[in-house]
Design a protein around this ligand. Structure first.
Ligand code: GLY
Length: 337
């Protein structure tokens, strides 16, 4: 047998033993039930999903889809919680956190990155161009600039105005609940949005999973504070055998429970995506019952079959779903309180 034919035979046998339903010779996917699909946190996930969907429907890789998707939220200047236009820390510096994970378990992350409007692409470059997983602060900026990213001022006139408003009282009470406006109006001046994050999970037509998560973090946070979003296992986790999970809300509680990893491991044990997310928020309640009543945390999960679900501490958490049936679906997350 020629070495080329031998290679193709071995590749196909290998793919079959891994359960991949892919025609490797043609390079085209055969239909895998439930694919492609992309889901993401909050209503602003709808336009982000649509950018990801463009990639997925061209038989693109889930990794490319999630990067393209969350970049839409990062570029949206009216979104004060992700990318450029995100609210600054209490000293007026906009610092961004992001991470990305692919179907092979490769991952990259940046934290406390300033001056770069697409931290997700820097995170991907950390994954693909360095032997490391995470770069932070000045080092992350240096890496980005060395790799062709442009330095920008990320503080927009409206986020500067919100910060100046906050400075009048300088109340440092990092309670987050953007979607529940009664919480919000009580605790932040000018009915400002406090916080959220875009977390996105995609399953491509080849049956491969990837995820991305990006945020400007808690509004008016302490300088140097990093939440869950760039922490693999906390803000995002993907295991291509099982599924993926991502989170939004008060990152400290998600880090304490290694939330997204927990959700994926629960799915490994047979939990549905929704059940797994529910159990993860219940762990937060169990560990910190009083804190849990005051904050928001939401998890979102997608399994290998294309099944998805979410659960949050508080009402109001929403997520966007895009699949063959519907490209702009917004669903309300179930909740504990
Ligand atoms: N969940 C995002 C953060 O806590 O920064």
């Amino acid at each position: 047998m020629s070495s080329r034919r031998q290679f193709i035979k071995q590749s196909v046998m290998g793919a079959a033993s891994l359960g991949l339903i892919t025609d490797l010779v043609q390079g085209q996917p055969k239909p895998v039930a439930g694919t492609p699909i992309v889901i993401s946190t909050w209503d602003f996930g709808v336009p982000a999903n649509q950018a990801a969907w463009d990639v997925l429907t061209r038989n693109g890789r889930a990794l490319d889809a999630v990067e393209a998707g969350v970049k839409v939220a990062e570029a949206d200047l009216s979104n004060p919680t992700v990318g450029k236009g995100g609210y600054p820390d209490r000293d007026g510096f906009v610092s961004l956190d992001a991470c990305i994970m692919d179907e092979e378990g490769n991952c990259g992350s940046v934290a406390a990155l300033e001056h770069i409007s697409h931290p997700i692409s820097v995170a991907r470059m950390v994954m693909e161009k360095t032997p490391h997983v995470m770069l932070v602060g000045e080092g992350a900026l240096q890496f980005a600039l060395e790799n062709g990213f442009t330095k920008e001022d990320l503080l927009t006139p409206s986020s500067k105005q919100a910060w100046e408003e906050w400075l009048k009282e300088k109340k440092y009470k990092p309670i987050m609940n953007i979607e529940n406006k009664s919480f919000n109006t009580e605790r932040l001046p000018g009915n400002q949005y406090n916080h959220d994050t875009i977390g996105m999970l995609a399953l491509d037509a080849f049956g491969n999973l990837s995820g991305a998560c990006t945020t400007s973090g808690m509004a008016f946070k302490m300088r140097g504070r990093v939440g869950d979003s760039p922490i693999i296992g906390a803000g995002l986790y993907v295991d291509n055998e099982i599924g993926g999970a991502t989170s939004t809300g008060v990152g400290e509680e998600v880090i304490r429970t290694v939330g997204s990893f927990l959700v994926v491991e629960l799915m490994r044990q047979g939990y549905s995506p929704e059940e797994a997310c529910k159990e993860a928020v219940q762990r937060i309640v169990k560990k910190k019952p009083d804190t849990a009543k005051e904050i928001q945390v939401g998890f979102l999960a997608l399994n290998k079959k294309g099944e998805y679900g979410s659960y949050a501490l508080q009402s109001g958490f929403s997520y966007a779903v895009c699949n063959q049936e519907k490209q702009d679906l917004i669903l309300k997350g179930k909740h504990i309180f």
